[in-house]
Design a protein around this ligand. Structure first.
Ligand code: STL
Length: 353
């Protein structure tokens, strides 16, 4: 018996229709972005930021046809909540119509003594998988793919001639590993970071507040660099062990990474610093503000009637108010934060594996 074949032209027409519909859906999203006013886009970018240097410059970047932003990461161990704050901001930039670039700064990780070349290579692959699992449309750029070019290194040398050792070292205060025993490689680091901005040709350099001294050095040297940019900084999350402690892989319970299991997340949060009614330096409230609300838009508190019953918060401000007044107890906040984080992290963990 002859098999019933679907005529080829029908397949072509169907394929064409599917491609057309997918493209149209993409255009509709873009149209929606274009319909956001400059003020709305500015507000979205400003949300939860610690500082923008300067807002006027950012406003003029928003007038460009195709504005761009980048954030760099040292591929060293799994992405943690601190990194995730900047990733969350990149998502805001993407929604505000920016082209987003992510720099996997492998050479910087090496200069900062975060591992040997072999280890860093492995980490680069893990980071690629993590970024893919997050679903950012960002262009991922590997540092070593462009940082050895002569014109790049000539820019580094031009800057090196104009930067004092004192300022170079100061700029690394919050970034360098083991700053008391800083090496020459760690002075090379901030120079290269600033040259990255020029060679990636981005309008905005985004990062955590620990990057501010490097970015200020870059802006002050815009003449030597022959390039200027806007710096956008997000707040840092306090160690889950409380202020005064560092968030570090070597201090158990001080941080949470996107590869942690639900059990690990629950345990870390159970032991986290979260004094009753205290908002200042409270890492759990920071996680709510900087990660949970931007991703989930709400937080569900489950508690017995005698403690006030269940409550759904749809804004961070109301949550903070309830916490500060004592209407929301840490014992009720903690499991809610653990569950919400699990919701955000589970798809990334799954995609990563
Ligand atoms: C860290 C921790 C962190 C981010 C960075 C470093 C950023 C590194 C970097 C390197 C080159 C760039 C930009 C950023 O061009 O969270 O130790």
């Amino acid at each position: 018996m002859r098999a019933r074949l679907i005529p080829l032209n029908k397949i072509y027409i169907s394929l064409f229709l599917v491609i057309f519909m997918v493209k149209k859906a993409g255009n509709d999203v873009k149209k929606h972005e274009r319909e956001m006013s400059v003020e709305e886009r500015l507000e979205l970018i400003k949300r939860n930021c610690a500082e923008i240097i300067t807002e006027e410059e950012l406003r003029s970047v928003l007038g460009k046809k195709s504005p761009s932003v980048y954030c760099g990461y040292e591929p060293n161990g799994p992405m943690h909540l601190g990194h995730f704050v900047t990733i969350t901001k990149l998502i805001d930039f993407e929604r505000a119509g920016f082209k987003v670039k992510i720099l996997l700064a492998d050479v910087h990780a090496f200069l900062n003594r975060k591992g040997n070349e072999e280890q860093i290579k492995k980490e680069v692959e893990n980071w690629r998988k993590t970024i893919k699992a997050i679903g950012l449309k960002a262009e991922v750029v590997l540092g070593s793919d462009f940082q050895f070019k002569p014109d790049y290194q000539m820019d580094v040398m031009r800057l090196a001639q104009g930067l004092t050792i004192h300022r170079g070292l100061r700029s690394m205060q919050e970034v360098a590993r083991d700053i008391e025993n800083a090496t020459v490689s760690q002075l090379w680091y901030p120079l290269m970071q600033v040259v990255d901005i020029k060679h990636l040709k981005v309008d905005v350099a985004q990062g955590g507040l620990e990057q501010r001294k490097i970015h200020m050095m870059g802006k002050d040297m815009k003449k030597e660099l022959d390039f200027d940019f806007v710096a956008v900084h997000t707040p840092l999350i306090t160690s889950l062990k409380g202020p005064g402690s560092k968030m570090s892989k070597s201090i158990p319970g001080s941080g949470i990474s996107v590869t942690d299991s639900y059990e690990e997340i629950k345990n870390t949060i159970k032991g986290a610093y979260c004094p009753e009614k205290i908002v200042q330096d409270n890492p759990l409230l920071q996680i709510c503000k900087l990660i949970i609300f931007p991703h989930l838009n709400s937080l569900e508190i489950k508690r017995p009637e005698k403690f006030g019953g269940n409550k759904s918060f749809s804004s961070y401000e109301v949550l903070e108010n309830d916490f500060a007044s004592g209407r929301l107890h840490p014992m009720d906040l903690k499991p809610a934060v653990a569950d919400a984080l699990e919701k955000v992290i589970a798809p990334i963990r799954k995609g990563w594996k």
